[in-house]
Design a protein around this ligand. Structure first.
Ligand code: CMC
Length: 433
């Protein structure tokens, strides 16, 4: 980060002014560094929702929202989606570069040897209602991992951080698959090494003990692709939650559980589940215009789920890739016409030509098509966000690790504009009217 150029801020009506350095990253807009502004001129900055505030510097992921570009460690998402595998992307996000063959073998073996859950964790599942949402189970069980791994909770120890990262990435698919098995009352399937990360998840999710499981390579590749596309997305709400929790020195299992909770909302990872619900409610192409009128009516709170993004003001590159994968999976499964896919494509076409969406630069995001592909692959809607959480764990862990290794790291503590009552004196209750 260079800081040769400056911005001078002068407070109107006073003789106070400050000169702030303008910082440049490798890519993206410059930012000015306001850290000394309060000391110099006594004012804070106001940016609810952090629309234009950089909360950290990071080397992991870059998004150009205007151009629809997404890079992991500099590599375009399109290239990784086509040529890489999820576990290789995990290595890349965590370590900064693509692995050599030997580094990859070591990494794969390291992750895979941590994929079982402690047998006592099985007991937790019995404490949940049968119909517990998988995200509720994931928040609980991931947080509870900290009760099992006292040996890796020292966040200042690099080896502890490394093992915690492996444990989290390795165990989340097992936790998510078991949440589903618990819902439907089937036996938990233990992970099976020899399968890839994505294959192993499909196996634990779909297989049953009495039958041999036949892996479908097209579906396994689609699963791997979905995981790559969701692996990281710079400082989104759940990642910022993980970083904020981590900035206090909280253990990584607690931090990732916080990330899962944050992801669950329909404005974030919960959107994939909400898209399918929305498409089902619209029901038929002929109902699209009335639905869009509802969305555009400012008195309604309805949103076109799977559309819009804080950063992308162009097509989300992940949505393009997933839309194509959707067609491949449906073809593989012999589904010639999927009414939901037809409906989604028509909805997209109409919305992209509607002034409301055009003026606001609202385009399909990754969640618009992911639900359709996941449904075709046999996942119930309640698993959609859980799958997002499984895939995003590596991003959360990488961002947490990067923050913990930053010598300049401080506790996250935003300020506010206080608009409540000014100071006043307490009146005993008997004297109040
Ligand atoms: N449908 C209808 N109007 C929308 C939508 C939408 N999906 N998204 C934004 N708008 C409108 C919004 O009402 C506002 O209108 P106006 O200027 O008239 O007040 C304008 O567009 C700007 O939107 P905003 O709310 O200021 O944008 P934001 O950056 O605060 O919100 C968002 C981003 C993703 C929360 C929002 O677009 C949204 O709620 N989309 C639907 C949920 C969704 O698909 N979320 C998944 C995001 S991608 C995956 C992930 O990161 O988890």
């Amino acid at each position: 980060m260079s800081g040769k150029r400056t911005v001078t801020v002068t407070l109107d009506g006073s003789n106070k002014s400050t000169t702030l350095p303008l910082l440049s990253g490798t890519l993206g807009p410059d930012v000015f560094d306001i850290r000394k502004m309060y000391n110099d001129i006594g004012v804070f900055t106001f940016d609810p929702g952090y629309g234009i505030t950089a909360s950290c510097d990071s080397k992991i992921t870059f998004i150009d929202g205007d151009e629809g570009v997404l890079l992991y460690r500099g590599y375009p998402i399109e290239q990784l989606a086509e040529k890489s595998t999820f576990l290789e992307v995990c290595y890349l996000l965590l370590n900064g570069d693509l692995p050599s063959p030997q580094e990859f073998r070591n990494f794969e073996a390291g992750v895979m040897r941590h994929n079982m859950l402690h047998e006592q964790i099985r007991q937790f599942y019995n404490g949940f209602r049968r119909d517990a949402h998988p995200m509720a189970v994931m928040c609980g069980v991931i947080g509870a991992l900290s009760a099992f791994y006292h040996d890796s909770l020292d966040v200042n120890d690099p080896e502890s951080r490394r093992i915690s990262a492996f444990r989290l990435i390795a165990k989340v698919p097992t936790i998510a698959a078991w949440a589903y098995k618990y819902n439907i009352g089937q036996p938990f399937m233990y992970p099976k090494n020899g399968y890839s990360y994505a294959e192993n998840f499909l196996y634990m999710f779909h297989a049953v003990p009495p039958e041999d499981y036949k892996m479908n390579p097209v579906l396994a590749r689609a699963m791997d692709l979905i995981m790559i596309l969701h692996a990281d997305h710079e400082q989104n709400a759940s990642t910022s939650t993980v970083r904020l929790a981590g900035s206090t020195g909280a253990n990584p299992f607690a931090c990732i559980a916080a990330g899962v909770a944050s992801l669950w909302g329909p404005a974030h990872g919960g959107a994939n589940e909400a898209v399918l619900k929305m498409l089902t409610e619209i029901g038929h192409v002929k109902n699209i215009p009335a639905f869009l009128e509802d969305v555009k009516d400012r008195n309604n709170h309805a949103k076109l789920m799977g559309f819009g993004h804080r950063v992308y003001k162009n097509y989300d590159p992940r949505a393009k890739i997933i839309q194509k994968a959707c067609h491949d999976v449906l073809a593989e499964l012999g589904i010639k016409d999927d009414p939901l896919l037809d409906l989604a494509m028509e909805l997209e076409k109409i919305a992209l030509n509607d002034k409301y969406f055009v003026d606001r630069k609202l385009y399909p995001n990754v969640d618009f098509y992911s639900g359709i592909i996941l449904k075709a692959m046999g996942f119930p809607t309640s698993m959609f966000t859980a799958l997002f959480a499984v895939s995003r764990t590596v991003g959360w862990v990488s961002q947490w690790k990067e923050m913990m290794e930053d010598p300049g790291q401080r506790i996250g503590r935003p300020r506010q504009i206080y608009t409540g009552a000014p100071q006043r004196d307490y009146v005993p209750i008997a004297q109040r009217a």
